[in-house]
Write a protein that binds this ligand. Structure first.
Ligand code: ADP
Ligand code: MG
Length: 236
């Protein structure tokens, strides 16, 4: 469903040129849960932004749901993005002035849903994510874990094909982090493709496959089960 061929991203300022991604080629199938790992500065967020149609590569090809999109304009990307992708970021990105309900409703407004359809969908996810009792609260009245749960609700309310998450538990303690990971795991079991950037081995263990980046290149790809077995063997 997603495929990149020699995907390259170079950032140029007047003084410096940074190759954030260097000929990255890989595929992600429908329904997979993939973790992208690697040290700070290796290109994880850059890759996620391109996969999420927030940015274009400098070179190489990107096939999104079978269509080559690397030359798309911002407007074309925004259209595809709204219909197909839900985002979850480390810093929640909720709007403080809007209630929980209104934050979650936002993507549906952008997509032109009627108010009755919006109400139905928002209440469905509030129920599913067990946060209905907070619907009239504002983000700053919630714990970090609850805020991230609202962000996950907002990411999934339009039933996207794909969820992209960048360090989704980065600002959470381990209990709330596990709650969010369990939500992502449930969504994946129901067929949503998930691509997640993480520093955390614990979070990565929820994925089926780990893609490791170093200095803008893929260094290894492994199945989580094999990885867990190898790291257990290492400890002996
Ligand atoms: P990670 O998410 O793995 O920490 P990033 O993808 O954010 O890494 O960054 C990869 C490299 O690209 C870094 O060297 C970073 O400084 C550089 N970079 C990222 N975004 C920009 C940008 N907008 N302008 C210039 N350099 C950037
Ligand atoms: Mg990053």
């Amino acid at each position: 469903m997603i495929k990149t061929t020699d995907l390259t991203k170079v950032f140029r300022t007047e003084e410096v040129e940074t190759t954030a991604l260097n000929q990255v080629s890989f595929e992600i199938n429908e329904g997979e849960f993939v973790a992208i790992m690697g040290p700070s500065g290796c290109g994880k967020s850059t890759l996620l932004n391109i996969l999420g149609l927030l940015d274009n590569p400098t070179d190489g090809q990107y096939f999104f749901l079978g269509t080559e999109v690397s030359g798309y304009s911002e407007k074309q990307r925004a259209n595809l993005r709204k219909k197909n992708i839900g985002f979850v970021f480390q810093n929640f990105n909720l709007i403080d002035e809007l209630s929980v309900y209104e934050n979650i409703e936002l993507p549906l407004i952008y997509l032109g849903y009627s108010s009755s359809e919006r109400k139905k969908r928002v209440e469905e996810v509030l129920e599913q994510m067990q946060i209905m009792h907070r619907k009239n609260h504002f983000p700053l009245q919630l714990s970090g874990g609850q805020q991230q749960r609202v962000a996950v609700c907002r990411a999934v309310v339009a039933k996207p094909h794909i969820i992209l998450a960048d360090e989704p538990t980065g600002n959470l303690d381990s209990t709330h982090g596990d709650e969010v990971m369990n939500l992502l795991e449930d969504l994946n079991k129901n067929g949503t493709t998930i691509i997640m950037v993480t520093h955390s081995q614990r979070d990565a263990s929820y994925a089926q496959r780990i893609v490791r980046l170093f200095d803008g290149q893929i260094v290894t790809e492994d199945k989580t089960t094999e990885f867990v077995m190898t790291s257990m063997a290492d400890k002996k």
